[in-house]
Design a binder for this molecule. Structure first.
Ligand SMILES: *Cc1c(COP(=O)(O)O)cnc(C)c1O
Length: 376
């Protein structure tokens, strides 16, 4: 049988099945039920935040956060250009404009030193993304936000449990958002969460996700809201995943450690650097190829595919996507373009074993050698 190693796969090895069965047996399958309450309570404890509010995916979690913070037409929100498209789209959903920042060359996260020059009288806030599980450098971002009275949202879709200077990701900005899509650190199939320590924001988010319903008056809708609710079934899977979250994270850190060890002497490759102040949760173990190699990034991806190894190219920078190319920009975004065009995400998931990783690294290194063509 031909070997196939996917780039990501969920691991459902805890109480997932029991809890889903319980939902079915009790007929609590819609968006009320004990698993919603339990998942929110435990996820808030996990993030060290007062409030945790479930919703149906990580994209709408961002939309809810921006709406609760009052973002609307004419506003600008500063976002990294190297991120998943949802970060920028959620700003656009509000009628506002995403303003793109270039990457830091070592962590590939938003470079805080470039933010201040992008602030205008229209700027309302900053979305910091913790790319591939590595926290953004939050202190300078918070400092700029304080100086200019801006909000900070953490897009933590890829970084459940990561830490910045000993602080849990999710508890640092005004609001943080998470995704529980199937390939994330923990999953509910599709799902999202908004966390905050601010009571007023939490109340707004709960109202917005439930059609704008007045909490004091049944069937009275004083504003336009959304149906962004999560089901009790999804929350039951999330609770089971959360019970094992430390294991999920330590597996990912172990896997990244094995990759780093096997690839440390390969001069053609740079890995995402874990800063001394960071605890990265390695949503993806990621490499960037140096410029002086014989093959292109896509050729290497294709060679690995033929060997049964699924990988992913990095996200395209947002400013290169058709709907965002025409936007006026003050600066070029060279680092993000370089990193994006040479980046590969390697398979990273809890059930990946060390034999698989050795095989992946062996084939990757072979694909980099200049006289490899005879092997294929
Ligand atoms: C996955 C992801 C999202 C969107 O989450 P969904 O649950 O897929 O809607 C948002 N931002 C980032 C950075 C992501 O990686």
């Amino acid at each position: 049988m031909k070997r196939f190693i996917p780039v990501a796969a969920p691991t459902l090895n805890g109480n997932e099945k029991n809890y889903v069965q319980d939902c079915l047996d009790s007929s609590w399958i819609s968006s009320c039920g004990k698993y919603i309450d339990l998942f929110e309570e435990k996820f808030g404890q996990f993030c060290k935040t007062e409030h945790a509010i479930t919703c149906c995916n990580g994209t709408v979690a961002l939309h809810l956060a921006l709406k609760a913070l009052g973002v609307g037409p004419g506003d600008e929100v500063i976002v990294p250009t190297l991120t998943f498209v949802a970060t920028a789209n959620a700003v656009t959903y509000c009628g506002a404009t995403p303003v793109f920042v270039d990457s830091d060359p070592l962590t590939w996260n938003m470079d805080p030193s470039l933010i201040e020059s992008l602030i205008t009288y229209r700027t309302k806030g900053i979305i910091a993304v913790h790319l591939y599980g590595h926290p953004a450098d939050m202190d300078p971002i918070l400092e700029i936000a304080r100086t200019h009275s801006l909000f900070v949202i953490e897009d933590a879709a890829e970084a459940h449990g990561a830490e910045y200077k000993g602080r849990r990701i999710g508890s640092i900005g005004d609001i943080a958002t998470f995704s529980f899509y199937g390939n994330k650190i923990i999953t509910t199939g599709e799902g999202g969460m908004v966390v905050t320590n601010d009571n007023a924001l939490a109340q707004k988010i709960r109202i917005l996700k439930g059609q704008g319903l007045d909490p004091e008056r049944r069937y009275w809708f004083p504003q336009i809201g959304y149906n962004y609710r999560m089901t009790n079934i999804a929350a039951s899977i999330g609770l089971a995943q959360l019970e094992n979250v430390d294991w999920h994270i330590s597996r990912r850190r172990d896997i990244a450690g094995i990759y780093k060890n096997l690839l440390k002497n390969v001069p053609e490759i740079t890995m995402q650097l874990e800063m001394p102040w960071a605890n990265c949760v390695y949503w993806m173990t990621s490499i960037v190829l140096n410029h002086n190699i014989a093959l292109s990034r896509d050729e290497i991806i294709n060679k690995l595919t033929k060997e049964g190894i699924e990988t992913r190219p990095f996200f395209y920078p947002m400013h290169t996507l058709p709907m965002y190319t025409s936007m006026v920009r003050k600066y070029n975004l060279n680092i993000a373009e370089q990193v994006s065009s040479h980046g590969i995400n390697l398979p990273t998931y809890a059930n990946l074993n060390s034999k698989d990783i050795e095989y992946i690294c062996d084939r990757l290194i072979k694909s980099l050698s200049k006289n490899n063509h005879t092997h294929y």
